[in-house]
Ligand binder design. Structure first.
Ligand SMILES: [Zn+2]
Length: 126
């Protein structure tokens, strides 16, 4: 049984780390409410979703400069996974406001206002 899915320090970049905490929290809420999982546990389907989302985030070409995925020009999710994550976000969004107000605020107010960077701009790293 895996319980380390929300373990910190997977991402060096603070923004990516926060983004990862956000998606992990949403998947946990979804799984608890929809699939009856216990706190801090995920069913195999949601575990797969979280692992997939983690890999996508790791491979995001924008790194810490990224916008929210909804605003991004590059749709890197597989269509079926994209469908699943959208459903999870729609479902978990309202709960996030209460359970993780800081993460929600940052995601909705700060990150989503950030324009999606041009792909070419990410090549020249500071
Ligand atoms: Zn589940």
């Amino acid at each position: 049984m895996k319980s380390n899915s929300t373990a910190p320090s997977l991402f060096q970049d603070r923004r990516l780390a926060r983004e990862h905490r956000t998606i992990a929290a949403m998947i946990h809420i979804y799984c608890q409410k929809k699939h009856g999982s216990r706190r801090r546990q995920l069913c195999s389907e949601c575990q797969e979703m979280l692992e997939y989302a983690t890999v996508r985030l790791e491979k995001c070409p924008f790194g810490g400069e990224k916008s929210t995925c909804a605003n991004c020009a590059v749709h890197c999710y597989r269509p079926d996974m994209r469908q699943r994550v959208r459903e999870i976000m729609r479902f978990a969004g309202p709960y996030m406001m209460f359970r993780h107000p800081y993460l929600s605020f940052m995601h909705l107010v700060v990150d989503s206002r950030r324009p999606a960077p041009e792909l070419s701009a990410t090549r020249k790293k500071a």
